[in-house]
Design a binder for this molecule. Structure first.
Ligand code: MSP
Length: 636
């Protein structure tokens, strides 16, 4: 991607029979972070969210609530809007399917398809789920029930209007084949191609008014309203004013649809066929994320804890919540949500790593009287040069990861730099330098590196934790809207006004006053363990290893099979880290292994070594060298 690109991003429009919960918030947070990232780059961004208000589900909920469907929609649509505002989530447009601007475009598209002979009146009998608002084929039905809701289906026979979707099957397969990054990540593309191996049915796009009044009337059949999915998908187009409108011409060629995996089929099958039939270009990308589970089971809307999970924003703040959901879930895969894991990350990554860095650095700078001078390039030592060079590398890396919606990898990259900076402070010991007048030039250099790094972090962290990032920028005197072009070394001048910033993310203590993370306890335990001699430790052959490939071990939840290179040879290592890392997180990175461990067989695979990783409170992190070292380098 190049700077100045046009970028149009949509979230699903959420059903108004429900209140916003963790799942909805996750998608909307990702969309907000992605839009912020593109704005930071200088792109021309437009983002859309909204509410899906027609159909059986809403009509039935309204009856149950004793209000009209319109009243229910008004009430709950407002709740979604307010929730996004409270969470600090922006959008350029919020569309409701009951708005006239939308109904007009749906009617025009229906009319056009009817005129073109893409729609016909036919008879249909099938098993229908009111929860999903769709018919199920015999193949999809599980034990006579809806595979999603696990409730009995109802046999419904009626005359309906059908969209000739089946005739697009061959075209769609070819289109997906020719556009490998249309549906991402790849697993969902494969899922759709797998589904398309069976014959595609025509799509019933109407509901008889005798059964359902709450929908957009069909322009060619007044006894019917439009099927809710046919109506809802068109919001992506109607929000731009419909085909031919100036906003449509500008943004539609650059549209990304961000969705959860539950609505893959309507987006990857119905929608491209509808667009093709209507003579509208197919969307550029469908970016599909996985599902949050709570307590191991599939997160269900009937379980109140999904709403409680979202309420944790009030307890711990919007930024911490955003950080957790983006860092914890590998985009495209499912993840478990728990308050414990949330607090562990908050304490480790935000309070310790980032918060301490900011607090230490700003305190040291303020105590030393501010930023005295800008050091010359020739003065920088190798670590400082590495830090400086990381700026440009980091921007390229975040850009690449964000291009693939790999939020977790973008954050991991930024935290590598934060780790490097913390190590730099520990090693440089500026508090000692401050005591020695002769070390003043070195102190000034160290403080400049730190201030400049905070300014850099304040820019690149903006899409992810916007409130904290603004505070960090403020602490080093950076004002105004940040731009990625400013995330280059050397932006700060001498005398930049630095102020102390502590408590950016207060550490969460449990009820007994002990930090929730087990560090204190672990330190105590560590002091009680048996001591060994240095030569005993030296018997371990620890080596830097380059991960060449990684894959899940079939039938195992925990194991990954890695091929690692030690420079002069490759070997297989089986590691119990599958619940914490996706294979893609590891490939291409360097890890540390115990190279002289006796081989062991795990799930029938011989493991020739062990990867070093640390863990606390069910949280696991693989150890990685914080500067580049060749594969095979000794670790001692
Ligand atoms: N109205 C349709 C979408 C129409 S789009 C043209 C719909 N609405 S929904 O309210 O049910 O929202 C579904 C979306 O909410 C998912 O695609 C996903 O974005 C989000 N999530 C709901 N539960 C979720 C999880 N448990 N985990 C992650 N996201 C989930 O479907």
């Amino acid at each position: 991607m190049s700077v100045g690109d046009v970028f149009y991003l949509t979230t699903p429009i959420y059903y108004v029979n429900d209140v916003p919960h963790l799942g909805h918030a996750y998608t909307t947070i990702l969309a907000d972070a992605m839009a912020r990232w593109h704005r930071l780059r200088g792109d021309d961004v437009r983002s859309l969210t909204g509410t899906d208000e027609h159909g059986d589900k809403i009509a039935q909920s309204a009856v149950a609530a004793g209000v009209s469907a319109q009243q229910l929609a008004d009430r709950n649509s407002a709740v979604f809007r307010e929730t996004w505002q409270r969470l600090g989530l922006g959008h350029d447009d919020f569309i409701r399917t009951t708005e006239e601007r939308h109904e007009k475009v749906v009617t025009a598209i229906l009319h056009d398809l009817w005129e073109k002979g893409e729609i016909y009146l036919g008879k249909y009998g099938g098993w229908y789920c009111f929860g999903c608002e769709r018919f199920y084929t015999e193949k999809e039905i599980v034990d006579g029930q809806c595979p999603d809701h696990r409730r009995p289906l109802q046999w419904i026979e009626e005359e309906n209007y059908f969209f000739k979707m089946s005739k697009y099957q061959g075209w769609l397969i070819e289109y997906i084949d020719r556009h490998p990054d249309l549906i991402r990540p790849e697993r969902y593309r494969n899922e759709i191609l797998g589904f398309l191996r069976d014959p595609l049915q025509d799509l019933s796009i109407s509901r008889p008014r005798t059964r359902l009044e709450w929908g957009i009337p069909l322009p060619f059949g007044d006894q019917y309203v439009t099927y809710v999915w046919f109506d809802a998908l068109i919001t992506y187009v109607s929000a731009l004013g419909g085909p031919g409108a100036p906003a449509f011409e500008k943004y539609w060629p650059h549209v990304h649809h961000l969705i959860g995996k539950d609505i893959l089929k309507p987006h990857a099958i119905y929608w491209p066929c509808m667009l093709k039939a209507a003579g509208i270009d197919v969307f550029s990308h469908l970016d599909v994320h996985g599902f949050w589970n709570i307590g191991g089971g599939k997160m269900s809307k009937s379980v109140g804890n999904v709403v409680e999970a979202l309420a944790l924003t009030e307890k711990y703040g919007n930024d911490a919540f955003r950080y957790f959901v983006m860092r914890e879930m590998v985009f495209g895969l499912d993840a478990d949500f728990s308050e414990e894991a949330f607090v562990a990350r908050l304490n480790a990554d935000l309070a310790n790593d980032l918060g301490n860095l900011v607090s230490r650095a700003t305190t040291l700078i303020v105590n030393a009287g501010g930023i005295a001078r800008v050091p010359a390039a020739a003065e920088l030592d190798p670590t400082e040069t590495t830090i400086r060079d990381r700026f440009a590398q980091m921007v390229t890396r975040i850009d690449r990861e964000m291009d693939e919606f790999a939020f977790q990898r973008a954050l991991a990259a930024i935290w590598e730099l934060i780790g490097l900076l913390n190590g730099y402070v520990d090693f440089a010991r500026p508090w000692d330098l401050a005591k020695d007048p002769a070390a003043r030039p070195r102190l000034e250099r160290v403080l400049y590196v730190l201030a400049e790094s905070l300014r850099f972090l304040g820019i690149v962290l903006m899409p992810f934790i916007p409130e904290a990032a603004a505070k960090i920028r403020g602490a080093v005197g950076a004002t105004g809207t940040p731009r990625l072009a400013e995330a280059v070394w050397g932006g700060l001048g001498a005398g930049a006004p630095v102020t102390r910033l502590s408590g950016l993310f207060p550490r969460i203590e449990d009820k007994k006053g002990a930090a929730v993370e087990r560090s204190a306890e672990a330190a105590g335990a560590a002091s009680g363990v048996e001591r060994i001699k240095k030569d005993e430790f030296a018997r371990l052959d620890l080596r830097v290893a380059h991960v060449v490939s990684a894959e899940a071990v079939p039938k195992s939840k925990k194991l990954l099979r890695l091929t690692v290179s030690l420079g002069d040879h490759e070997r297989t290592v089986v590691a119990g880290i599958a619940e914490h890392y996706a294979p893609a997180d590891l490939v291409g990175t360097k890890v540390v292994i115990v190279a002289n461990l006796e081989p062991a067989r795990l799930m029938g695979i011989e493991s020739q070594g062990m990867i070093l990783a640390g863990s606390a409170d069910g949280h696991l992190a693989v150890l990685r060298p914080d500067r580049d070292l060749p594969a095979g380098a000794r670790v001692s």
